[in-house]
Ligand binder design. Structure first.
Ligand SMILES: [Zn+2]
Length: 190
């Protein structure tokens, strides 16, 4: 399915299941309830996801979009949308996923769709409560959000394989075209 977990927070990784939001062709990764199950298991939130229904998928996508808009609003110094505030609070105040310790010392992660969404909503609110360095990938078409935990606070890309490499290839090609650029090009690139 190609899910990636590069955001440093589950809520932001979840928002990233809709990719290239600013491009002409955004890529939706959660097309069916089975896709949602696969994401939840890949994220390590549940050992075995329950059988989600279409209504669970719709609720998950509604929450995901609220997560994306609200994190973006924080990035852009805007107030969140009132509907998103209500939705996020409604989910976050409900019981979330809780792992169970078994007598043999192993653990089991199980839970319902409602508990899953509560956990994801609370994760975003925890993130917003702290002065974390949430950033947007420097690739202008990529809309993946992540927490920059680098010591120098200079992480620019969501993940090198998806965007950093593309940007490096473009920069390389740009440098190697410089020989035949017109003077006008030089002025615009400063
Ligand atoms: Zn990116």
């Amino acid at each position: 399915m190609g899910f990636v977990f590069v955001s440093g927070r589950r809520s932001l990784d979840f928002a990233g299941t809709r990719k290239w939001r600013r491009s002409d062709a955004p890529e939706e990764q959660l097309l069916s309830p089975a896709d949602l199950s696969a994401w939840v298991e890949a994220a390590g939130l549940l050992d075995a996801a329950p059988a989600f229904g279409e209504s669970d998928l719709r609720a998950a996508i509604d929450l995901r979009e609220a997560v994306y808009r609200t994190a973006s609003a924080r990035l852009d110094d805007r107030r969140p949308e009132q509907g998103d505030v209500t939705l996020l609070n409604d989910h976050a105040r409900r019981p979330g996923l809780v792992p169970t310790l078994l007598p043999d010392g192993s653990t089991r992660r199980s839970g319902s769709a409602g508990e899953l969404l509560a956990t994801l909503a609370a994760d975003l609110l925890d993130l917003l409560a702290a002065p974390a360095r949430v950033k947007r990938c420097a690739n202008t078409e990529c809309t993946r959000l992540y927490v920059d935990t680098s010591r120098a606070e200079n992480r620019q890309w969501c993940g090198m394989s998806e965007c950093g490499n593309r940007a490096k290839v473009r920069a390389y090609r740009r440098r190697h075209r410089e020989g035949d650029r017109s003077p006008a090009d030089d002025r615009t690139t400063g």
